[in-house]
Design a protein around this ligand. Structure first.
Ligand code: CA2
Length: 146
């Protein structure tokens, strides 16, 4: 196993901190990246921190994490949460622990956000608390083995 954790962010999360702060907070994705890197460093881990607006690219990175024998994957699939069988299949195809995170509590929002394909294969799911808390917690949860 390497000492690298993959932190993958799905579509539109590049806009964090610039739009809809009442929903997604004021922290930018760069702020989140710094927080995650600092936390990971305290475990002796390095981080591959990435964002994509493209489903297939997220699939490629999940496969890459497995090929590189990463510690695990922390994934905010964003809008692909409820649509992507491709992401579900990618997670099912690997042995790494995958932690699904959401900035917002998807269960307290519109019903179309409730049913996550990713949750069917995730080791853990963390949502709400404006992201910074959940991202910090999930970086820690990524230490689960298996
Ligand atoms: O709460 C989350 O983390 C979500 O994954 C965010 C997704 C949404 O589709 C999911 O249902 C829940 C949306 C990400 C959009 O990110 C933005 C950030 C700032 C401004 C606008 C969009």
């Amino acid at each position: 196993m390497s000492d690298t954790v993959y932190v993958l962010n799905g579509p539109n999360l590049n806009l964090l901190g610039t739009r809809e702060p009442e929903k997604y907070g004021r922290a930018t994705l760069a702020d989140v990246e710094k927080l995650v890197r600092d936390k990971a460093a305290s475990f002796g881990w390095t981080v591959e921190f990435r964002q994509s607006n493209h489903e297939g690219e997220l699939v490629d990175w999940i496969q890459e994490a497995a090929a590189k024998k990463a510690v695990g994957v922390v994934l905010n699939p964003a809008a692909y949460t409820t649509t992507s069988i491709a992401l579900l299949d990618a997670i099912l195809a690997i042995k790494l622990p995958v932690v699904e995170i959401h900035i917002t509590n998807i269960h307290a929002r519109e019903s179309f956000r409730h049913d996550s394909y990713v949750s069917k294969a995730a080791r853990a799911v963390i949502c709400g608390e404006s992201g910074l808390v959940s991202t910090r917690t999930s970086a820690h949860s990524g230490s689960g083995n298996g």
